[in-house]
Design a protein around this ligand. Structure first.
Ligand SMILES: C[S@@+](CC[C@H](N)C(=O)[O-])C[C@H]1O[C@@H](n2cnc3c(N)ncnc32)[C@H](O)[C@@H]1O
Length: 198
């Protein structure tokens, strides 16, 4: 199922032209899939939400390999269309929806609560991080997991401001990890993966 209603927000204004012109982002590698398996485990048909799903690689991995019943949302209609175009006939596909998670109506999502919420290479780009985290907490089921993958500052041996700008500073990492009952982390070169439990 795909819902590609027009999304016209600040985030969509930034991301839509990038997807439409063919920009693509870091793919899932085997090492990252291994970390996902270790920290998230089998889905057992529980609902998962992938925020900022992009081309849908992580969404599809959660859905088809780990067995979550997954919804991928993105503010870019081109990204949503690209992800949905890769659905195969082999079994039910993930649900795809055009939605700005930071500002959109979360009651339009297929499920009221999620056992897993993922956010890969997205947190860096959220302007109102406290508001974003509040919205995540509202949707996370008791005992659920919030999985965040983000580049963190200090990992790259470069002075290129564009590359340095891909990471989050330590203050944003502290905000991300505050007020969870359990915080587990794993490092993957310039990335840090967080498994956060309410
Ligand atoms: C760097 S890409 C990463 C895409 C994908 N998660 C991946 O790992 O390949 C960031 C994605 O987040 C989406 N995005 C950014 N802000 C968003 C928001 N507020 N709501 C929904 N999607 C958002 C962008 O459209 C883009 O597809």
């Amino acid at each position: 199922m795909t819902t590609t209603s027009a999304v016209s927000t600040t985030a969509a204004t930034y991301w839509e032209p990038l997807w439409a012109e063919g920009r693509r982002y870091r793919q899932l590698c085997e090492a990252e899939k291994q970390l996902i398996a270790e920290h998230l485990g089998p889905g057992d048909a529980r609902p998962a939400l992938d925020i900022g799903s992009g081309d849908g690689s992580l969404t599809r991995h959660l859905h088809h390999e780990l067995g979550y019943r997954t919804t991928g949302i993105d503010c870019s209609p081109s990204a949503v269309a690209l992800a949905a175009a890769q659905d195969s006939d082999a079994g039910p596909a993930p649900a795809w929806q055009g939605l700005d998670f930071a500002t959109g109506d979360l009651t339009t999502l297929p499920d009221p609560a999620y056992a897993l919420i993922t956010c890969r290479l997205v947190y860096r780009w959220i302007d109102d991080k406290p508001g974003f985290l509040d919205r995540v907490r509202r949707l996370l089921a008791p005992g659920g997991t919030f999985w965040v993958v983000t580049e963190i500052a200090g990992r790259r041996a470069t002075t290129d401001p564009t590359l340095l700008g891909l990471s989050i500073p330590s203050a944003d990492a502290e905000l991300l990890t505050a007020s969870w009952s359990a915080v587990r982390t794993a490092d993957l070169d310039v990335l840090r993966c967080y498994a956060l439990r309410p």
